[in-house]
Write a protein that binds this ligand. Structure first.
Ligand code: 1GP
Length: 229
């Protein structure tokens, strides 16, 4: 199995959205490096377990649970990603939720499976932006967050999140220049191979979410597009 440092492409499935068995099979067998199960609204334990069991039934692709609420937490995933929203105006979304979860689950936690992500949410219209009471940082702010993710918090992942809209490649490029050890994840609005290639030029890993549900044929082509990048 590839380590996270070798990943290039991830599909993110939202447990609150419907996906047919046929489409799920195509996503799992696409050659993507991993599937993240995660979303902002209406993430329930039932929804998470349903996706996990359907993926596990016939596929070996690594499965990640990106934890958005404690109620939907379950064992059985290969990895757990825990977002810390760096540009939230509330400490709660940066530290307190995570602190509470660690206090409660510390005995069950296998640290090699858990990755904290320094999130920077850059689309004001994204549900996650409103939900986490974030502010819109400028380019220098984002670069400073990237610096902090790597040099202050030593986080394994810095996630540039444009969820729902395609972001600025130039900003992603400049952020990449700030990072050496911390991996750069980019997600938001990738709908076709050209966009996937453009963002993969700078990001270590690209994440494709919504287009799975709007145009799966094009979404599937994003995997091949970044293979040799
Ligand atoms: C969402 O970054 C991911 O958390 C992917 O974004 O849904 O816009 O592809 P999209």
């Amino acid at each position: 199995m590839k380590t996270i440092n070798e990943w290039k492409h991830i599909f993110k499935l939202d447990p609150a959205k419907e996906i047919s068995d046929e489409d799920l099979d195509l996503i799992c067998e696409s050659g993507t490096d991993a599937i993240i199960v995660g979303g902002t609204d209406d993430v329930t334990l039932d929804g998470v377990l349903d996706l996990l069991s359907r993926i596990r039934r016939s596929h070996t692709v690594p499965c990640v649970l990106e934890i958005s609420n404690e109620e939907a937490l379950t064992p059985g995933f290969d990895y757990y990603f825990i977002p810390m929203v760096l540009n939230s105006k509330e400490k709660k979304f940066m530290m307190d939720i995570q602190h509470k979860a660690i206090k409660e689950y510390i005995d069950m936690m296998e640290y090699s499976e858990i990755f904290f992500e320094g999130y920077c949410i850059l689309n004001e219209d994204a549900k996650a932006f409103t939900h986490t009471n974030s502010y819109l940082p400028d380019k220098d702010d984002v670069k400073a967050y990237a610096y902090m993710a790597e040099h202050v918090f030593h986080l394994p992942i810095f996630y540039v999140e444009y969820s729902g809209t395609y972001g600025e490649p130039e900003l992603v490029k400049e952020v990449k220049n700030e990072l050496d050890k911390t991996l750069l994840f980019y997600g938001g609005g990738i709908e076709n191979p050209e966009q996937a290639k453009e963002m993969k030029e700078y990001a270590d890993v690209i994440i494709v979410g919504n287009s799975i549900y709007t145009d799966i044929k094009k979404a599937l082509k994003t995997v091949e597009a970044v293979k040799d990048k």
